[in-house]
Design a protein around this ligand. Structure first.
Ligand code: CA
Length: 223
């Protein structure tokens, strides 16, 4: 999972990015409205955290443009503006949630997880696929009822696959949700991560769909 954070207060941005990375998310940080607007319009994200008062460009105009061009990613507005009319303006522009500064970063993480889960169409927080279960609200994986230890890259790939279980996830789409913007990416690194995941959860669960991508499937486990 990959999150876009548009925030010009560098201390706050660093704190949020650190907390999200500690929970295995990939995070791209933009410190002004122009860069943030561009990233959100051109890169793939599972969610965005958007400040309203930004240099170069206001958060509301960024969000309005994303929505007008069909970008559906969940957006959580983060701002010091707490007037009712500001919130209404944010939701009218297409926000999915709203958090007023100051806030606890734990609450931000919980709200983001809920947004990502709902955007993927899951009503309940536990998502099961064969022997693997994912608690979308805590980020914990289990395999056969036991906690599954994953690296950050493995977690990003597996969470992406289980949120879209039984659906083929495009290889490029998967890659985009695993690496931060300026990461050095080896051409076969996704295959390496998939290989490690197969050793941890069983080779039959992750199906390779030639020329397209990967599918997490619990079907074979039910035979
Ligand atoms: Ca600001």
């Amino acid at each position: 999972m990959r999150v876009l954070l548009v925030e010009d207060d560098s201390d706050l941005a660093n704190g949020i990015a650190r907390a999200l990375r500690a929970e295995n998310f990939a995070v791209d940080v933009a410190a002004n409205g122009e860069d943030g607007g561009h990233l959100g319009a051109t890169e793939a994200y599972d969610a965005a955290v958007l400040d309203l008062g930004l240099p170069k460009r206001d958060g509301i105009s960024i969000l309005t443009e994303w929505r007008a061009s069909g970008r559906a990613l969940p957006v959580l507005i983060l701002t010091a503006r707490d007037a009712w009319s500001d919130k209404v303006q944010g939701f009218k522009a297409g926000a999915d949630d709203y958090l007023v500064k100051p806030f606890r970063v734990e609450e931000l993480v919980m709200r983001l997880r809920a947004l990502v889960r709902r955007a993927a169409g899951h009503a309940a927080s536990i998502i099961q696929c064969g022997p693997v279960s994912f608690d979308a609200q805590t980020g914990q994986f289990e395999h056969d009822g036991l906690p599954l230890k994953l690296t950050a890259f493995e977690w990003r790939v597996l969470s992406c696959l289980i949120l879209r279980k039984e659906i083929v996830v495009d290889r490029m789409d998967l890659l985009e949700r695993v690496y931060e913007q300026d990461a050095d990416v080896d051409s076969n690194s996704l295959e390496v991560i998939i290989g490690r995941l197969r050793r941890k959860i069983g080779p039959e669960l992750i199906e390779t769909v030639r020329g397209r991508g990967y599918r997490l499937t619990g079907e074979s486990a039910c035979d």
